[in-house]
Design a protein around this ligand. Structure first.
Ligand code: F0G
Length: 344
């Protein structure tokens, strides 16, 4: 029997209503990739949980299989979300799979091309908002309170249920929870989900390092950010819906939430790619945080098992790479020209 997705595999641990009708794209079951070279450099046992290998290229598919399965079972015909891009693509894909109408609201001009293309390819009705993700989220909350349209942002509790499964998978592969779990924090659904998942699975608890982008770090600053800005557009969020729960997860786990600069995030993206894992900028924030904390001596990773969650694939945001490099050199199509360049 082929793998049939997360609800099939972990449904017994997920608090989903009886009316749930499974809609799956065989999401989850993503690799936990050992990183031997970076492990040696950092003195720890480092693994990347590569969530970019989900069907739509991000971790959102874990929550979306649950949210859409519930919505279909209750007879919803239309789903809506606000998104910095990945939720939009995921909602669009699962809605398409279920035959539902999907509407996605995105901040104008601030969504990476791979995500927008995905949402359109899967058939979503894409609406750009002259405002931020936070503005878009307020609008979708209002319309779902006043109409039968179903909300599939991570305010929806079934999103959290689905996303817990990544903790289960990590414990199943390692045999127990890691010592540290590092991940990016935007609207704060994912950190909430991981912590709930580890607590429920009872295979030990990691310390959690949540990482926001410096220009969009409300949980570090202790107040909302009106005009969030960061190259990591996925986490360009100033008022996280689950901010309280994120702080609680960090605190209860004896971890913390910190901020990383755009420069450090892009450097982290580059370092991960240099050991074969290309992730989108926001997804490199967890690693950027780990590097910064170990360098400062405020996180002792020595000899510890560390899992860094990389939430989305590098192909989601190709422009960040192509715009920062000169285009590859051009040579005549002859052997000597090739040898001249290669230096053989
Ligand atoms: N990493 C990526 C690649 C994301 O797309 C997001 C959130 C996060 C991290 C942060 O996760 O919000 O649960 O704290 N993206 C949302 C979206 C906001 O609309 O796609 P979070």
């Amino acid at each position: 029997m082929t793998y049939q997705g997360l609800i099939h595999r972990y449904g017994q641990y997920l608090d989903l209503p009886a009316h749930t009708q499974i809609v799956s794209l065989n999401e989850g079951n993503t690799p936990l990739i050992p990183m031997p070279r970076l492990s040696r450099e950092l003195g720890c046992e480092l693994f990347i949980k590569f969530e970019g290998l989900n069907p739509t290229g991000s971790f959102k598919d874990r929550g979306m299989t649950a949210a859409i399965s519930e919505a279909v079972g209750r007879g919803a015909k239309t789903v809506i979300c606000a998104s910095t891009g990945n939720t939009a693509a995921s909602a669009a894909a699962y809605a398409a799979r279920a035959g539902l109408r999907s509407i996605v609201l995105i901040p104008e001009g601030k969504v990476a091309v791979g995500k927008l293309a995905g949402a359109i390819a899967y058939g979503a009705e894409v609406i750009q908002i002259q405002g931020s993700f936070d503005d878009a989220l307020s609008l979708v909350v209002e319309i779902t309170q006043k109409t039968p349209i179903a909300l599939v942002n991570s305010i929806n509790p079934y999103r959290i249920e689905g996303q817990k499964t990544s903790s289960f998978e990590i414990c199943d592969v390692l045999g127990s929870a890691p010592d540290w779990l590092c991940l990016p924090v935007g609207n704060a659904g994912n950190i909430t989900s991981y912590w709930a998942g580890f607590k429920q699975y009872q295979k030990g608890l990691p310390q959690i390092l949540g990482v926001q982008a410096e220009g969009a770090a409300p949980l570090v600053l202790g107040h909302p950010v009106e005009k969030p800005e960061t190259v990591a557009t996925a986490i360009r969020i100033g008022k996280p819906a689950r901010g309280e729960q994120a702080l609680e997860a960090a605190h209860e786990s004896n971890g913390r939430i910190i901020a990383a600069s755009d420069a450090k995030i892009l450097e982290a993206q580059h370092i991960l790619a240099s050991e074969g894992v290309w992730v989108e900028p926001a997804s490199a924030a967890g690693f950027a945080g780990l590097v910064a904390e170990t360098a400062k001596g405020t996180l002792d990773a020595k000899g510890k098992k560390v899992v860094v969650v990389c939430t989305g694939h590098g192909m989601k945001d190709p422009s960040i790479i192509t715009e920062s490099f000169e285009s590859p050199r051009v040579i005549p199509a002859n052997y000597q020209a090739l040898v001249d360049v290669v230096g053989a």
